[in-house]
Design a protein. Structure first.
Length: 570
């Protein structure tokens, strides 16, 4: 069957005008003597090029042809593909995993007619194989690029310990007495430049949100925050601390000589043609400067309310509020609970050419087309309050305020909401009802708050179970008492695709409190947050813990994760 296909392949090459009939006969004759594939023999004889061979073979087999020049020949970096097909196997067999959807794995192959290889791939990965065709040289280059990324950082870190550094130089580094010229020279050395690049690239590949470079007495610590948790990464040698931080400062356009005061900056990088913003924060510690790099990947950010974790009823309530002509919409929760992302999703839904949207943020995390965004600068007097006062002269329809931090900012937000503007903002409270009391505590009068507040959304981020290794089990009697209603729920186990954590990615659990007439009356009475919470629940509000339970029952997360984040609804 294979020979018949290759016979047809030769005829197709002749038909395409790539070879002559006599050249085909010569190649077939050589194939009978030496064996091997007809296409490879034609390439070896110089009659056709490798890319011509696979292009024609792809047409014959009705199979996509991928090449490095198309931009499609790039393996997904967040699916653990390097663990599915080991590097040695990929090199030996000229195969490269490209993407995975459920139990289907797309693999680039030089020889898609090798049924034994496809069967071995099926057994190795546990997936059905969806082959695409590519040249052997392109596959080899892509393998070096894909598998080399994870190994390169380990090699660079290892070599940092093998670098010969004199005792005097090491003590000089630790004592932070290097001259400015020497700092810049050390920061621009090739190993340091490469190491910083690899640290950032590896963090992006592993879906990290933050990179922590921390100096201690006898060591340097390197940690990535992935899905909200910090994980230790093998760190470079201690003597590289100053050059590494200096290199980060140079990239972020910070003062490399200033080591006594905190500094903030930003870096824009392009990884695989994807723009990624990196916010840099430097603080002085007793052992030297600590650097934290916050990674804001525009390409991986989804600003869509449908994917933010709201159920159907909550989504309806939120949309009713955000499409109101005026009022205050608040998103509450602790730092790192995804408040800004939710507000960006709201902005993306309501922005259009007929409305003027202005924002004041600290910092501007993501840039949105069609939205006028302002970064506050307290050192020059550009605060939330001063910017908001100017906003009212800018004819705004919708105002986005990064955070309500003080009475003056709160008052301007409330007055703007009362005078025909839709105002979106965040507040640090543990739940939705507490936002009411928090605003009154900082000085907002109930008679102004009650008619202006439209809705309060409280949220937390929880880790999602890894779809490849989550394990189903029957809930225990104790868990049933916790409110579980499903016959089967899931727990984390851990596999190579989730770094053995059992979790991969995050989603929101939310409680949504529309401000009804009854709640407005309670605000006017200065009722406690417990009373407001009781009334809101009686009107159908699901608290954070209950929102988490629904995600446990649907297999999105584990009960342990929800309990850890919500304290059991207390």
């Amino acid at each position: 069957m294979v020979k018949e296909k290759y016979s047809k392949f030769g005829e197709l090459l002749v038909k395409e005008g790539l070879i002559t009939a006599s050249q085909l006969e010569t190649a077939i004759s050589l194939q009978r003597q030496e064996g091997g594939r007809l296409g490879e023999i034609l390439v070896k004889l110089g009659m056709i090029k490798e890319d011509q061979m696979v292009t024609v073979l792809g047409k014959q087999l009705n199979m996509p042809y991928f090449s490095l020049g198309t931009g499609m020949f790039k393996p997904a970096t967040d699916q653990g593909l390097e663990h599915l097909i080991p590097q040695e196997f990929a090199y030996k067999n000229s195969v490269l995993p490209l993407s995975r959807t459920l139990r289907s794995l797309t693999v680039a192959m030089f020889d898609p007619l090798d049924l034994i290889l496809i069967d071995n791939l099926r057994k190795l990965t546990g997936c059905e194989i969806n082959p695409v065709i590519a040249t052997r040289s392109d596959i080899t280059k892509a393998i070096e690029e894909f598998y080399g990324k994870s190994a390169m950082l380990k090699d660079a870190v290892k070599s940092s310990y093998e670098t010969n550094v004199s005792i005097t130089q090491a003590e000089e580094d630790v004592g932070q007495e290097l001259s400015l010229d020497k700092l810049i020279a050390r920061a621009e050395e090739a190993p340091v430049v490469k190491l910083v690049d690899l640290i950032i690239r590896q963090a992006i590949n592993e879906r990290a949100s933050d990179i922590h470079i921390e100096p201690f007495k006898d060591k340097l610590s390197l940690r990535y925050r992935i899905d909200g948790k910090l994980y230790e990464i093998p760190p470079p040698a201690k003597h590289l601390h100053l050059p590494l931080v200096s290199r980060v400062k140079i990239l972020a356009k910070l003062d490399i000589a200033e080591k006594r005061l905190p500094q903030d900056g930003a870096i824009l990088v392009h990884i695989d043609e994807r723009p990624i913003d990196i916010r840099v924060s430097i603080i002085p510690t007793i052992y030297g400067e600590k650097a934290v790099l916050r990674i804001l990947d525009r390409g991986n950010t989804v600003w869509d309310l449908n994917f933010m974790g709201f159920d159907a009823r909550q989504l309806e309530q939120v949309r009713k509020a955000i499409f109101s002509p005026y009022g205050l919409v608040l998103v509450t929760g602790p730092t790192g609970s995804g408040k800004s992302t939710s507000l960006y999703a709201i902005l993306s839904e309501i922005k259009n050419n007929s409305v003027n949207i202005v924002t004041v943020e600290d910092p501007v995390e993501y840039k949105i087309d069609g939205v006028n965004q302002v970064q506050i600068k307290p050192e020059v007097g550009l605060t939330f309050a001063t910017t908001l006062r100017s906003f009212l002269r800018q004819d705004p329809d919708i105002m986005f305020v990064g955070e309500v931090r003080d009475l003056e900012t709160a008052q301007i937000c409330i007055r703007s909401a009362l005078t025909g503007h839709l105002v979106l903002s965040t507040l640090h409270t543990n739940d939705a009802p507490s936002a009411v009391n928090r605003l009154m505590d900082i000085g907002i009068e109930p008679y102004m708050l009650a008619p202006s507040l439209r809705i309060v959304i409280a949220q937390r981020l929880i880790r999602k179970l890894c779809p490849d290794c989550k394990e189903a089990y029957e809930p225990s009697p104790v868990q049933l008492k916790n409110g579980i209603k499903a016959e089967l729920i899931y727990r984390a186990t851990g596999c190579s695709k989730c770094n053995n954590t059992g979790y991969k990615g995050r989603t929101c659990i939310v409680e949504v409190m529309p401000v009804t007439l009854e709640i407005q009356e309670l605000i006017n009475q200065r009722a406690s947050f417990q009373k407001i919470r009781e009334v809101a629940k009686s009107a159908g509000m699901s608290i954070l813990y209950e929102s988490g339970l629904r995600k446990v029952e649907s297999g999105v997360t584990s009960l342990e994760e929800v309990l850890a984040v919500t304290l059991g609804g207390d």
